[in-house]
Design a protein around this ligand. Structure first.
Ligand code: C5P
Length: 244
């Protein structure tokens, strides 16, 4: 779905640290290699929502990975806040059902539209955000494939424009919802430890199977040489995309 864009635009770095300055240091250090910065539960709860605005101000796209799952009204209002802050990708749990997913997608888009309207430079660069339906967690080795198909269809019908899925699920997801953005965590370069992830793939294999955005955390942040690990991943993704 992302088409012919540089490797960097296919890469999201998971900022799984409990500290604002450590997170911003990762943005500064890896912003040239990773076009998207993922704020998840740990960082968001440790330092609060200002980190999202700070990363947007630093010029990176933000993937806010809070996997929202609540009543539709609550999710709509929370997603609206994310849209107002300039979030590009926001996760919603597909298990929340069609009304919740539709409310989340609507809130996100309304929040972004309202931010665009109130910005002095309206229309200059604010992106249309994408609500992502989380299908099956990459740590879950036992989920049946019917669950995956059902959740992907549900996300699409409810107005999400993307899904989060594991690399081994990409073929089924692409068949089921071909137009959706496919965001894939559980990425491990050859030889890297899988840790708690159960269904993993290398960067090249995930891109080859149709992933649009790879989510990468510990394979870079916990690597013995994080800069070398990041450079190797960028090179692997560029090669898989057929880019020089
Ligand atoms: O360190 P690692 O590369 O395993 O980090 C993966 C990141 O992707 C974590 O921040 C995790 O919360 C997130 N994620 C995931 N599986 C999903 C959705 C998000 O691992 N289905």
């Amino acid at each position: 779905m992302l088409g012919c864009v540089p490797a960097r635009d296919h890469l999201a770095l998971a900022l799984d640290v409990p500290d604002r300055s450590a997170a911003l240091a990762l943005v500064e250090r890896f912003g040239a290699d990773f076009g998207v910065m993922k704020v998840g539960l740990e960082l968001f709860l440790a330092v609060g929502p200002q980190i999202v605005r700070d990363i947007v101000s630093a010029g990176s796209r933000v993937f806010l990975d809070l996997k929202l799952h609540d009543i539709p009204n609550t999710v709509e209002h929370a997603a609206r806040c994310a849209g107002e802050m300039g979030v590009w990708l926001l996760t919603l749990h597909t298990q929340g059902g069609p009304d919740m997913l539709a409310a989340g997608a609507r809130g996100l888009s309304d929040g972004a539209a309202s931010a665009r309207r109130s910005a002095a430079d309206a229309g200059s660069g604010a992106e249309v955000p994408i609500a992502l339906g989380v299908t099956v967690l990459t740590s879950d080795a036992d989920a049946p494939s019917e669950a995956l198909i059902g959740r992907a269809r549900l996300a699409e019908r409810a107005g999400c424009d993307g899904v989060v899925c594991a690399a081994p699920d990409l073929a089924v997801v692409t068949d089921t919802v071909p137009g959706m953005l496919r965001v894939v965590p559980g990425i491990r370069p050859a030889g890297a430890p899988s840790a708690d992830q159960r269904r993993v793939a290398t960067p090249a294999a995930a891109i080859g199977a149709g992933a649009d955005v790879l989510v990468i955390g510990r394979a870079v942040t916990a690597a013995p040489d994080p800069d070398a690990a990041a450079a190797a991943i960028v090179a692997e993704v560029a090669a898989a995309l057929g880019q020089p």
